[in-house]
Structures are given as C-alpha cells and as structure tokens.
Design a protein around this ligand. Structure first.
Ligand SMILES: Cc1ncc(COP(=O)(O)O)c(C=O)c1O
Length: 490
C-alpha cells in the first residue's frame, strides 16, 4: 500500500524507506541528531503559503495587503521569511510588537489588536506611528486619545466592530458576536465615534476592523462579513464626514487537519467536520477579496490577517513513544509530547493527525489510545471530558421517548470532540517516532514547562535545504529563573 493511499498526506511528506521525510529530509535522522520532542518546519511550505495567499488576496482585490497574525507563530526566523515575501504583520501585545520590529518590520507594516491594551503598550504603538491600533472598546479609544494628546501626536486607529457573525469551528475560537469578548457593538461604536470627533488632532480613524473567528469553515460567513463591512464603513464614514482609508476583514482561514485514508477504522463514528476545510485557504481568500472589491469602497485598502492558514501545515511535531500498556482490550501509547507543547490538544481539544514516522511501510492497522507524559488524565489526545460527559448523558437518555439513534449521534458529535483512538501500525512500540501533523500554528509560542518539561527544540528545513535552528530546546537550568536559582543548594 502506498504511503499516500494510507494517509492522504500532502506531497511534501514522503516515505524514505520506513521513515517519514519532509521536503526530502529523513525525519528519523533529524530526531536522532536533535532529540525529541522536535518541531520540524518546512521553509519551502512557508514560502509557498506566503506567495499563494498574497497572490490570492491581490488576485481578488488589487489593493489588498496581508498582515500575518503573528500569534500563530512569532518565531523571528518565520516572520523574517514572511517579510521577505512581502507580508505585513498583526501583533497582539507589546511583546509581539517588539518581535515584529526585531524582525525588521517597519511601523507602517504593523497593526495592533488586543482586548486589554496597557498604557505602556499604547504609548509604544502611538509613538512608533504604526499602521493602525485596532481599537477594541470606547474606553480604549479614550486612553489612546489621552496618550496621543500627551505625546503631542496623532494616533492612527481602526475601530473593531462586532458583526454578529458566528464564524469559527468551535466556541472557543468564535470572535464575531457579542457573546465573545471582542470588539464594539453598535451603542459602544457610537460612543467611540463621539470620542474620535471630540479629539480630531489626537485621533485619526483610518479604518474599521472585524475578525469573526478561527478555522472558519463556511465561505458564506466570510461573505456576510464583507456585506456587513460595506454597510458599517459607510455609516462610520458618514459620522466622521470622510471615507475610511482601509477596511480590515481579519483572518480565520481554515486548513485541513484530517489526513485519514478512506476506510480507516479509528474514529469512524467521529465527526471530523471542525477539522476539515473543503477548499484551500488561498481559494477562499481570493473569493472573499473579490467580493470585497465589488462591495467595498475601491479607494480603500483591504487588510487581511490570516494566521493559522499561513503556518499550520508548515510544521510537524516529532515525538518518541516512551511506553505502551494494554488496558482492557485497548493498547495505549505514551508519547514524550503532551499539552505542554500543544496546549490546544487539551484546551480546545484540537485534532492533530498522527502517523508512525518510523514505520511508514506498515499499514496503520492498529487502534490506540494515545496520551502524553504529564501527570494528569487531561494530557491525552482523545476527549476525556467529552467521553465522560457523554457516558453520563447517554445513560440518562436511554429509553427516553423521542430520542432517536440519529439524535443520539448528533448529540454525541457535539459533546465528544476528538476520536477515541488513532490508527497506527499495530506493531507500534516504545522507541518509535510519531509525527503529529499540521502543528505549525499556535504551538511554539504556547509551550510551557509544566512537570519540569523543557520546551522543545524547533528546526526548519530552509528553502535552500540547509537546516535552520528556529529555537533551541530549553536547558534543564532554564527550568528555574535567576531569582529561583538563588535558592539552589550547592
Ligand atoms: C484579530 C485577529 N486577527 C487574526 C487572527 C488570526 O486568526 P487565524 O489564525 O484563524 O487566521 C486572530 C486569531 O484569533 C485574531 O484574533
């Protein structure tokens, strides 16, 4: 059976004998040289994503710009590569702004989002004169006005509005309604406009901004946000007496995390919808940009802020199988990587496809419960909370009139958010290497040292095939900071 028939993998992942290879580099060899857990990124894929997303945005709208949402991966090597490719950058804190400047971004290439910006962060953004502070509340705008007045300058801002559109594959990543913590509803927007009108020298309202969520699967949600922007921008312009110069449509473009071969057993009764994208992010972006070019003021620039779609498929995490147990009928695999390296696996129960990177010649004919090394039961790659809740609900619903098997299946799909088992070769055993795919987004920046675990090393296979170290593995001494070190004995 060929590798691709087994796993439906993208073409840059191939088999090198029994091993998985990325851009032609044998990953077992990299793991031996650099240890595990190890993130491996593809420079070529980063370049490809930057080029295809930029071409798509500009293909749909000639005045489109991409501001890469650096929260998805703010490693300086990665954001430098994106800058070389002509991307701008979105930051979410003074720390990310510092990183963007350190990677060479000019202030006019930076937009700054955030729901709780501090005065020092605002001072930093205002004195640099960045492209736009995306204002999250009327209170924040009054803070910006105060800072700009004190610094005797003008702050360029964009007003973040709540469009009331429910994009985003799961509740934790929906940001477009008043149930979320983001942006201003209509009443608050009126207050903000009043503040702007009262401070004409301190505040320059250059644009409006929205962002409906992450892994937004349905094109109509994006198209609704374009129609919303058309109406809202006109109202803001009328209230200010002049047109807006940019319209920021946010990010949220999805990727396909599901690489199961057809007929795979594990998780057959599991609904993978939230993790599957029907079409490439670039195709979706081009359609949204084209809709924007029809519906929105053609004089205005259009900004997009994709994060996940730019980097997720560019990285994978190599993890060693450290233990195997038989619990009842089910074999369990214990990896050396857990939610300390992939917090979304536990926090929003995110799905990352797994392959045995050291047995690519074997069919994935075994079913495994897969867990991480940390000292709590939530450190697992199945939905321990959902399964528990579902067992309880199912017992309560048993025999209740009107509860059909279809309704039960629908409820289960809502409650249990990860497949119970993973398909890997039945021969998988300690010492094998498991690759968790599409782990390039929301990973490096979210690692932490719980249970005395060092944050992982990350390397990138460069566009010239040379290996670049993106970040070193923490040393064991990095588990304590300077103040704590004072307490060390000896
Ligand atoms: C304001 C804003 N823009 C862009 C993004 C990037 O979203 P994604 O990574 O889904 O493209 C986020 C992520 O939450 C965000 O909050």
């Amino acid at each position: 059976m060929s590798l691709h028939a087994q796993h439906a993998l993208p073409p840059f992942l191939t088999a090198d004998g029994a091993d998985l290879a990325l851009d032609g580099h044998n990953l077992a060899g990299l793991a031996r040289e650099h240890g595990t857990p190890l993130f491996v990124f593809s420079g070529r894929r980063l370049e490809h994503n930057a080029r295809s997303m930029l071409a798509a945005a500009k293909g749909g709208h000639p005045r489109a710009r991409i501001f890469f949402a650096s929260k998805a991966c703010s490693n300086l090597h990665v954001i430098k590569l994106f800058r070389r490719e002509g991307l701008n950058i979105e930051v979410n804190s003074g720390g990310e702004m510092w990183k963007a400047l350190s990677a060479g971004y000019r202030p006019d290439e930076i937009v700054f989002n955030g729901v709780a910006k501090s005065v020092p962060e605002i001072e930093q953004a205002v004195s640099l004169g960045i492209q736009a502070i995306n204002v999250d509340s009327a209170f924040e705008l009054s803070r910006i006005a105060e800072v700009a007045t004190r610094l005797r300058t003008t702050a360029r801002v964009s007003l973040r509005v709540v469009p009331g559109i429910g994009g985003g594959a799961t509740a934790g990543i929906q940001t477009g309604s008043e149930k979320s913590k983001f942006g201003m509803g209509q009443a608050e927007l009126r207050d903000a406009l009043e503040i702007a009108r009262a401070h004409p020298t301190a505040i320059d309202v250059a644009g409006m901004h929205l962002h409906i969520g992450s892994q937004v699967l349905d094109l109509p949600d994006f198209l609704d946000s374009v129609s919303f922007t058309a109406r809202q921008a006109q109202e803001i312009a009328a209230s200010l007496g002049r047109p807006l110069r940019h319209l920021n449509l946010g990010g949220g473009y999805p990727i396909n995390y599901v690489h199961r071969r057809s007929g795979a057993n594990a998780g057959r009764d599991f609904d993978y919808t939230a993790y599957s994208a029907a079409e490439p992010a670039a195709d979706m972006l081009e359609k949204v940009a084209a809709a924007a070019s029809k519906a929105l003021d053609r004089q205005a620039e259009i900004f997009f802020e994709p994060g996940r779609a730019m980097v997720a498929d560019c990285g994978l995490l190599l993890s060693c199988v450290e233990n195997k147990k038989q619990r009842g009928p089910m074999p369990w695999l214990y990896l050396d990587a857990g939610y300390n390296l992939l917090i979304d696996a536990a926090a929003v129960r995110w799905y990352y496809h797994m392959v045995n990177a050291s047995r690519m010649d074997a069919a994935p004919d075994g079913e495994f419960r897969v867990v991480g090394p940390l000292c709590d039961s939530a450190d697992c790659f199945f939905d321990v909370e959902g399964e528990y809740l579902w067992a309880d609900l199912q017992a309560k619903l048993n025999g209740v009139a009107g509860v059909t098997p279809e309704l039960l299946a629908e409820l289960k799909a809502k409650v249990v958010r990860l497949p119970a088992t993973r398909s890997l070769p039945a021969s998988t055993r300690p010492g094998d290497l498991v690759a968790l795919l599409d782990t390039g987004a929301y990973s490096l920046e979210e690692m932490f040292q719980y249970c005395g675990r060092q944050r992982a090393k990350a390397v990138m296979i460069g566009t010239d095939d040379a290996l670049v170290t993106l970040r070193e593995r923490d040393r064991v001494e990095d588990l304590v900071d300077a103040a704590e070190r004072m307490a060390a004995v000896g």
